[in-house]
Design a protein around this ligand. Sequence first.
Ligand code: NAD
Length: 310
Amino acid sequence: MKCSIRKAAVIGSGIMGSQIAAQLANVGIATLLLDIVPKELTQEETAKGLTLDHPAVRNRCATSAIARLSKIKPAPLYDESFASRITPGNLEDHLAQVASVDWIIEVVVENLDVKKRLLKQIEAYRKPGTIVTSNTSGISINAMAEGCSNDFQKHFLGTHFFNPPRYMKLLEIIPGKHTDPELIPAMKIFCENVLGKGVVIAKDTPNFIGNRIGTYGLLVTLQEMQMNGGYTVEEVDAVTGPAMGRPKSATFRTLDLVGLDTFVHVAENVFGHVSDEDEKAVFATPDVLKGMVERKWLGEKSGQGFYLKK
Ligand code: NAD
């Protein structure tokens, strides 16, 4: 089997969806980028007298994601003109278009119910044989596809890109128990040769490999060093970032980049699957993180996290 992918649909145009769409556009793949219809107007839209059914509002999430791409540093697009390969739209009006693509990637919020509902919606339009993957950070691939048709489950697997997708070479491929065994190497070759990734095949266990280890490291650093140890955010980052030869991946800078809401979901996923008391203590979400999420201090995407975005 060979994966020949010329057209793709990315569903979810947040931090990862928009940058995955950029990565596909970078290698010449025409990409549909869909997101849900906003339920509220922004102040600017209200001032302009727009209504919720105005096309500019209905397409807002995906359209603004493309505008955001040109501002993200380091640049997600090899060349700004490649943005023209991405077609933004709202999910309600454009989901039927997934019938014409070769690869559908689910990149919505890290929540099993939301993802399951979306996969059922996709199933209604997707052509048999079309590859569907999820960018989940660690939710079970088998659980997500439960109740979908045999053909769907045969062509469904996890493709977990790391943030930022243009620069992080690692990509985990996570087959489900019903994934066609021939699709796994075909997808691996495609991701390596066309997307330039270093692919690791991971098992469908909570948070797979990278995030099972990464979440643990981040939580231990947050709890033991910063909260219990009394070190400042800057001190911890000075040691866990550039001084360790990881210029972009200091602890708190990484949490802000990932998004604190997403990180809490990812940590909770492991917490819900471990029974050992010591492990539970590590993966329990610290109150400080919960409080920040409640205040909408989500990191770079909201302008305020552990750092204030300048
Ligand atoms: P995000 O919060 O930035 O974006 C999520 C997007 O999904 C939003 O634009 C939201 O409007 C949209 N959405 C929500 N429900 C939807 C639905 N039913 N249909 C269509 N769109 C919907 O989140 P993110 O950081 O981009 O994460 C997306 C996925 O990627 C999650 O599963 C996350 O765990 C995973 N992931 C995140 C990172 C990271 O560093 N942030 C890294 C790897 C994987």
